[in-house]
Design a protein. Structure first.
Length: 423
């Protein structure tokens, strides 16, 4: 029986595995390394975060993005976005150097068993571990508008479903959303000859400012410090102090998680969108249905006035919603045992352990507990170090080295008391 099973091999899963290996834990890591970045982002996309805020985490800080880039003659400078393809390759390099061998098979089911958990792989192998860390990324949590859910993939899709946009060349595409995914997808479509429009509920688009110089006079840095989530003390708090964020009242955490760092385009994509992409702002989709050889999209504006348009395909760049019930790889009984916050996301304690003893969560699913940093690579370092400490606490030993888990009812009582103290 392993000490830890890590499910997922993106930035969070790989970082957790690196810290766990350094701590001497016996572990297995499952998943296709950097799968979302390799398979679900079209060529030509760039990271929105700064290079220095895009590192995977190993305990000694040896395997940083800037180190990878320097060894390959690639520029990694503040204010110059890194191509997604370079970042994905960096993640593979990190996996080769900082992590035990990754098993690329998919784990299809996790359930409890005597002494811990049992995991079933796609080809039928069963493994057991005392603890499990779920670092499943964002793909299980794709959010589609209700008006699009009855249509097939040839008619509508989510922005994360595309690693290649070339099939839309010379067609008409409507992108729904006002954030970076919508705007960069629209820019790439326009640049390949697609007739494209962006349809968003907001009355105007928001654009991030060009970042100030990394090195600035002290008084400028004191007024608005840099952070991995942008300039300003509020962003610095979200980026650098997720542990303190977790101590805030639950209602405050929920409000911040739902509103902070809302939809906005990167400064470097603005000039690629505004001159080349039709913008339909202040419109909400009410229905979409097949019409002839394409789709008819009906909308209403802020005053309730209806409008409609014809298009060949709709791409929903409408983000992700991390809800407990979407953790489909958890057996039904196990999933039902996981406590949830009012927004439906799994509740986790100070060390990322869920209400089920030994079951840990990482990444987007913990944003309501630890703040906006968990939506970005920025949060991987804090998560990896803290979560592995929690695993080690869970793996305390008794006489003869036999693992003695805390009784489930005691853990749940401690968990409820912890949440109650912060509500």
């Amino acid at each position: 029986m392993y000490d830890l099973l890590v499910v997922g091999a993106g930035p969070y899963g790989l970082s957790i595995a690196s810290h766990a290996a350094a701590a001497g834990l016996s572990l297995r890591v499952f998943g296709r390394p950097m799968a979302s970045w390799r398979d679900h982002m079209p060529g030509g996309m760039f990271l929105k975060s700064e290079p220095w805020a895009s590192n995977l985490s190993d305990p000694e800080g040896r395997w940083r993005l800037e180190t990878y880039c320097a060894g390959r003659g690639v520029t990694a400078r503040h204010g110059e976005p890194i191509p997604v393809g370079v970042f994905a390759s960096y993640g593979l390099w990190f996996a080769r150097n900082a992590v035990p061998a990754v098993d690329e098979r998919t784990v299809v089911r996790v359930r409890t068993c005597s002494g811990g958990f049992e995991a079933l792989t796609e080809d039928g192998e069963v493994l057991r571990a005392r603890t499990v860390a779920l670092a499943v990324g964002v793909m299980p949590f794709v959010e589609m508008p209700s008006a699009l859910r009855g249509l097939g993939p040839e008619q509508v899709s989510h922005s994360s479903h595309h690693g290649d946009l070339s099939r839309f060349r010379d067609r008409d595409v409507t992108v729904i959303g006002g954030g970076q995914a919508a705007l960069e997808t629209a820019a790439l479509l326009a640049e390949q000859g697609t007739r494209v429009r962006v349809l968003a509920r907001a009355g105007r688009l928001h654009w991030n400012d060009v970042p100030p110089a990394r090195e600035r006079p002290w008084w400028q840095a004191a007024r608005a410090p840099h952070s991995g989530l942008g300039c300003g003390w509020r962003n610095w708090f979200y980026a650098e102090r997720p542990g303190l964020f977790h101590r805030l009242p639950q209602a405050t955490r929920a409000r911040v998680s739902a509103t902070a760092l809302g939809p906005a385009g990167a400064w470097w994509v603005r000039d690629r969108v505004e001159p080349a992409v039709e913008l339909m702002l202040g419109h909400e989709v009410t229905s979409v249905y097949a019409s002839g050889i394409g789709l008819r999209v009906e909308t209403v504006d802020g005053d309730g006035a209806p409008a409609c348009l014809e298009t060949d395909h709709v791409i929903a760049a409408t983000g992700f919603r991390a809800r407990r019930e979407r953790l489909g790889l958890l057996a039904d009984e196990l999933r039902a045992s996981v406590g949830a916050l009012p927004d439906g996301s799994p509740a986790v304690g100070r060390d990322f352990e869920s209400s089920v003893p030994g079951l840990f969560m990482a990444g987007l699913v913990t944003a309501s507990a630890f703040g906006p940093a968990m939506r970005f690579v920025q949060g991987a370092g804090f998560t990896a170090g803290t979560l592995v400490q929690g695993v080690r606490r869970r793996l305390r030993t008794g006489p003869g080295g036999v693992w003695v888990p805390a009784p489930a009812e005691r853990r749940r009582r401690e968990f409820d008391e912890e949440l109650g103290a912060r509500s």
